[in-house]
Design a protein around this ligand. Structure first.
Ligand code: PHB
Length: 399
């Protein structure tokens, strides 16, 4: 198992010797997929965390941290839960982070409460996860940050009166379905059908699902899949069935136009509209500096995506919590430090909402554009500083 020790800076070293509080390394358990089909997500988040660490050695207030990494492998919950158990009881970590897949965060939530070891979620997007434990905070997104505004945009701006939905059949897929349906129907649209399209592990053959949607002929086709190779297969199937030519607009959360997958998609992806909070193509000085640093560190042919930026931001949040407590980490102290924490992220300004412990950030409307034979993202709309709409509107399990 991998261990990484980070000494937080030279200036910090003096501080480290100054008091007994800082003498012990602060252990942080990292639970991510490091093998199997989702290993690329683990690598993205690792790279984001490491970039923050390499640029911000002094952000930990002179305290030394140790990242103890465990491979969650699959989205099923059991492996991640065992890892969390071991990290809490044997390694005695003070914080847990990572968590790409919602079922892994959900299965671990009771242990977080019993062990009083806070969890900083770097991806898992099902809206109601933080309600499972008072010691969960999230730096990534919820499925409602993207799905709900996309519903409104589809009706009011794209002019779609009807829509069909295809979703990967597990908690964030159902959540994304509900988010889009709520936003779309509130605006006046009608959802013709919502199709579950298999689980998150294997990329399914989407053809039978998409053919059924084509027969129903909706104006918009909203799809959620958990990014990665699933999203490439979605765009390929949509293209090969000629659904665009038949007048159906492919839309979704930005998970289906992930920066790292855009160049694997057919050029017909140009014109797709998604809602999300990050793209490597954002033209802000903070993001341009971030992307340059990423390419300098990991290679010109690499790019950060929404998972990479969550690794970066998550490590910034953890550094803040450690520094704020001067290394004397308690669950209550960590949650207090995270409540209201604000950061100038590459995605724009972010805050952890003190009431819900969830992220507040801009929700952007993305258009896929083709420029110089390269697919990229253009921001064509922004809803500033969105609190999770599921909790803000007290819907379903978010009540
Ligand atoms: C999740 O399991 O919550 C999840 C995974 C991948 C995504 C979004 C959400 O792209």
């Amino acid at each position: 198992m991998k261990k990484l020790t980070v000494l937080a800076g030279l200036a910090a070293a003096a501080c480290l010797m100054a008091g007994p509080a800082s003498a012990e390394k602060i252990k942080i358990g990292v639970v991510l997929p490091y093998s199997g089909g989702a290993a690329e997500f683990g690598e993205q988040i690792d790279r984001g965390m490491n970039l923050f660490l390499s640029q911000n050695a002094d952000a930990f207030g002179g305290h030394e941290i140790e990242l103890i990494k465990r491979d969650s492998k699959r989205p099923g919950g059991d492996i991640a839960k065992n890892a969390v158990q071991e990290l809490i009881t044997r390694e005695r970590v003070k914080l847990l982070t990572g968590f790409v897949f919602s079922p892994n965060a959900m299965a671990s939530a009771p242990l977080v409460t019993q062990g009083k070891v806070p969890m900083v979620i770097m991806n898992a997007g099902t809206a109601w996860i933080p309600s499972l434990s008072p010691y969960i905070a999230r730096v990534s997104f919820t499925m409602w940050h993207s799905g709900y505004p996309m519903g409104d945009y589809a009706f009011n701006t794209l002019g779609c009166k009807t829509a069909a939905i295809g979703f990967t059949d597990y908690p964030p897929g159902k959540d994304s379905r509900d988010a889009f349906t709520t936003g779309f129907e509130k605006a006046g649209g009608k959802v013709l059908e919502a199709l579950p399209m298999g689980g998150p592990r294997e990329v399914p053959d989407f053809t039978p699902f998409f053919q059924r949607v084509k027969n129903a002929a909706p104006d918009c086709f909203y799809v959620f899949v958990p990014a990665g190779n699933h999203s490439v297969a979605v765009v390929k199937t949509y293209t090969s069935l000629g659904m665009g030519d038949a007048g159906m607009k492919l839309i979704g959360p930005g998970d289906i136009t992930q920066d790292t997958k855009l160049q694997d998609m057919p050029k017909e992806a140009a014109g797709m509209i998604t809602a999300h909070h990050y793209s490597a193509d954002y033209q802000t000085p903070t993001n341009q500096a971030f992307v340059k640093a990423w390419k300098d560190a990991y290679g010109a042919d690499t790019t950060p995506d929404f998972m990479g930026v969550a690794g970066y931001d998550g490590m910034a949040a953890i550094a803040h919590a450690i520094k704020a407590q001067n290394g004397e980490i308690t669950a209550e102290g960590t949650m207090e430090a995270l409540a209201g924490w604000t950061f100038d992220s590459p995605r724009g300004s972010i805050t952890i909402d003190p009431e819900t412990r969830d992220i507040v950030h801009d929700a952007n409307i993305h258009k896929v554009v083709l420029k110089d034979d390269r697919l990229g993202i253009e921001v064509i709309g922004t809803i500033p500083q969105v609190k999770d709409p599921c909790k803000a509107n007290a819907i379903g399990k978010c009540k």
